[in-house]
Design a protein around this ligand. Structure first.
Ligand code: SF4
Ligand SMILES: [Zn+2]
Length: 285
């Protein structure tokens, strides 16, 4: 068998094993896949469809110029070809503004949040809101082994053990009916293997990074870990193995019996009176 074909089979098998081992998905459930138009989410959407899960795709357009325009076209083309229902949500329709505009208004008010922080908060907010609206049992994301290892190191360096406790193949500490559980079937697949899979399958995918990503903390950690991986193969896997070995202790420590609160404005889950999304939006309106 051709080397590339073997590698593609290995990626599919690793994904399937992760789903089974961590009981991530059921074929009876409606599953939404959060698609960005990048290689990771397109790969997981393809594998889940191939494994005959009941999948639909959802994409949140943050309106980042040609970058998101091209991504959107790619997702549409992919979903059309594979007969997958696609739900398109847009920052402009939901909030009235693009990500860049939201960031510039905040900056003028001396609120210096990175594009990724704003994008992450608003995107998570919309994905959870629409996953509930669309009655999805699970929300699948394209997070891979490298993303997760970077997240572990970032949370460690910031001494944020609660966020560390939330990491894992399925996100969160305990079940919360106001959150649609997010799961990561590509948890044990490396970024490189996903890129090879996506190229082998000729997916319509933009491999260029998002133009807003420059200079963010995650890029620094990515560079560090990539260099480490080259000198010490297995670095990313070892970080994940460590996380999974201490995860039960961390989850126990941060499990709360307190009633889960809802945002006073939007009724989405929130630890404070207003959720982060509403706080950001209140500054720009
Ligand atoms: S890199 Fe940052 S700004 Fe760009 S899409 Fe991802 S989270 Fe949003
Ligand atoms: Zn809110």
């Amino acid at each position: 068998m051709h080397k590339k074909q073997k590698l593609a089979q290995k990626t599919e098998k690793t994904t399937e094993n992760t789903i089974k081992k961590y009981n991530l998905l059921s074929k009876k459930d409606k599953i939404l896949v959060a698609c960005s138009g990048g290689k990771d989410s397109t790969t997981i959407l393809h594998i889940l469809k191939k494994l005959k899960y009941n999948v639909e795709a959802i994409t949140v357009d943050a309106v980042i110029g040609n970058y998101t325009k091209e991504n959107l076209e790619n997702i549409k083309e992919f979903c059309k070809k594979h007969k997958i229902k696609l739900h398109i949500i847009s920052f402009r329709e939901e909030f009235g503004f693009s990500l860049c505009y939201i960031r510039s208004i905040l900056k003028k008010k001396n609120i210096n949040l990175t594009s990724c922080t704003i994008c992450g908060v608003l995107r998570r907010y919309l994905l959870n809101k629409y996953s509930k609206k669309l009655n999805a049992a699970k929300l699948v994301t394209g997070h891979n082994l490298n993303d997760e290892a970077q997240g572990v190191i970032m949370n460690l360096l910031k001494n944020n053990l609660e966020l560390l406790a939330r990491q894992g193949p399925s996100t969160g500490i305990s079940k919360n009916k106001n959150f649609v559980q997010r799961v990561k079937p590509l948890y044990f697949v490396s970024e490189k293997d996903i890129a090879d899979y996506s190229k082998k399958m000729n997916f319509p995918v933009n491999y260029a990074p998002c133009p807003c990503r420059k200079g963010v903390y995650r890029c620094l950690i990515n560079k560090l870990l990539t260099e480490h991986e080259q000198k010490n193969p297995g670095t990313h896997k070892n970080i994940i193995k460590w996380l999974l070995s201490i995860s039960p202790i961390l989850k126990k420590k941060f499990t709360t019996t307190k009633k889960q609160k809802l945002c006073a404005n939007c009724r989405e889950p929130s630890q404070q009176k207003l959720c982060m999304a509403c706080k950001i939006l209140s500054k720009i309106r």
